[in-house]
Ligand binder design. Structure first.
Ligand code: IMP
Ligand code: MG
Length: 180
C-alpha cells in the first residue's frame, strides 16, 4: 500500500545512470585501496540495493570478496540525545584477521556506522573500512567519517534505491526526495 500523501511528488536526486556511474567509480577506488579479497559486510536493511550493485561492480573491477551481513536497527533518535543501536541479525563468518569493508546507505548521526566499525574492530578485524552511498554533512552525533563516499547529500529525507519511509519506496531505481 502506498503511503505517499495525496498530492505529494517524488523528485529525482540521483538517477539510475548517475548511481551506476558512481558505484563503478567507488568499486575501482575500493579495489585500489583494499585489494581483491575484502570481507564485505552490508548493514541491512537499507543498504541492500546499493550493496548488490557495488558487489557486482567490485566483481567487474577484479575483486573476489567474501560477503556476510549484519542487520542493525537504531532507535531513540529524535527523543533522546543518545540514540541506541542494536544487532537484529549478526554476521556468521570469522572476522578476526580480515580486511573488512562495511557498507551502509547513509551516514547521518554516524551512530550506525560507528557501532558497526567498533563491532568489527572488537572482533579483531585486521582492518576496517567503511563505504556509504550518501553523506549528510553536519549531522554527526559521534565522530565518524566514511572511507569511501558516493555523494554528499543535501539535508533532506531521501527514499529509493533501498531506502524507505515506513518500509515503502525501497524498490525505486533512483534516489528521490519527497516533495509536498
Ligand atoms: P545514523 O548515521 O546512525 O544516524 O543512521 C543512518 C541511518 O538512518 C541510515 O542507515 C538510514 O537507514 C537511516 N536514514 C537516515 N537518513 C535517512 C533518509 O533521509 N532516508 C531514509 N533513511 C535514512
Ligand atoms: Mg540504514
Amino acid at each position: 500500500m502506498s503511503t505517499l500523501a495525496p498530492g505529494a511528488r517524488i523528485s529525482v536526486l540521483y538517477d539510475a545512470e548517475t548511481l551506476d556511474r558512481r558505484v563503478h567509480e567507488l568499486a575501482s577506488e575500493i579495489v585500489s585501496d583494499m585489494g581483491r579479497e575484502p570481507l564485505v559486510i552490508p548493514v541491512l536493511k537499507s543498504s541492500f540495493i546499493f550493496a548488490a550493485d557495488l558487489l557486482r561492480a567490485l566483481h567487474e573491477a577484479g575483486a573476489e570478496p567474501d560477503v556476510d551481513f549484519v542487520s542493525l536497527s537504531s532507535y531513540g533518535q529524535g527523543t533522546l540525545s543518545l540514540g541506541e543501536v542494536k544487532i537484529v541479525r549478526d554476521t556468521e563468518v570469522e572476522i578476526a584477521g580480515r580486511d573488512v569493508l562495511i557498507i551502509d546507505d547513509i551516514l547521518e548521526s554516524g551512530r550506525t556506522l560507528a557501532y558497526a566499525k567498533d563491532l568489527m574492530t572488537a572482533r579483531r578485524a585486521r582492518l576496517v573500512k567503511t563505504c556509504v552511498l550518501l553523506d549528510k554533512p553536519g549531522k554527526l552525533a559521534v565522530p565518524m567519517k566514511a572511507d569511501f563516499t558516493g555523494f554528499q547529500c543535501p539535508d533532506k529525507f531521501v527514499i529509493g534505491y533501498g531506502m524507505d519511509v515506513a518500509h515503502a519506496y525501497r524498490q525505486l531505481p533512483f534516489v528521490g526526495v519527497m516533495e509536498g
